[in-house]
Design a protein around this ligand. Sequence first.
Ligand SMILES: [Zn+2]
Length: 284
Amino acid sequence: MPLDFTAVDLEWVANQGAAICSVGAVRFRDGKPQEAFDVKVRPQTPYSQWEQWAIKKNHVTFEDVMFEPEWCDIYDDFLDFTGEDVLAFHNAKSADLPHLEKACDSYDLAYRPFDYLCTYSLSKLMFPNRQGKGKHTLSSMCKAQGIDWNASLYHTAAYDAQKCGELLVSLARLVNASTLQDISRGIAFRNVVSDKTIPTDMRSVIEAMPDATIEEWINALYETPANPGDKCRMCDQPLSSKARKQYRPAHCCTAPCWHRLEQQFEQQKKLLDQPPELIRPSYS
Ligand SMILES: [Zn+2]
């Protein structure tokens, strides 16, 4: 399955109850945006309980939504649009998902589970050392990825959904992932080959043959056998002629040093085999 998913963004007027005031969703196929779902919603939250910070952010006024359908009226359309897709949110866990659930609860609608991934978590995972205020926000990440950005449209649901999708595609490309499922493996691979605490030659070998066995990695380590006078790569002792023969591709002096090298590779293999879990069920 190529980069197929639906990116979703919700805006709301308060943190309690069915407060959603707009829903944006953009279907992506093969990494390209297709149809969009862009719907205004009249919050159940009475106007007196709308929160200033929220409406300041998304610029929604009472007039904008007073004659619009409520969440219970558009929920089925939303489900029809998203279908079986994996949904992408920016900040799913502490923003969009709780609002989805609260809205469904308030109207007694069955909350349908779906698989989702979060570009905010993904950004933190891929750029843990990014500096600056709001360093992993949608706007900051999009700009960093060279994605075209219009600040005046930020915090409108359909725009944010579109940008969340573009960000996901851009991050996937960064780790050479051609499917959503490949992204986590791509991240693991990227982490291993860019980890400066691992010797450069080990990283190059892993990079060149990521699916090889540890034995094949060790065999690929040195193109030429050790010369008389060369030292063990693990302990720096001069290599005897016996060691040069016995641990030829590893440039190790004895079995313990060879095992330590093997362990170093094992560790990297483990990291590659245990990529971060990115796609989650909405009930977990
Ligand atoms: Zn040694």
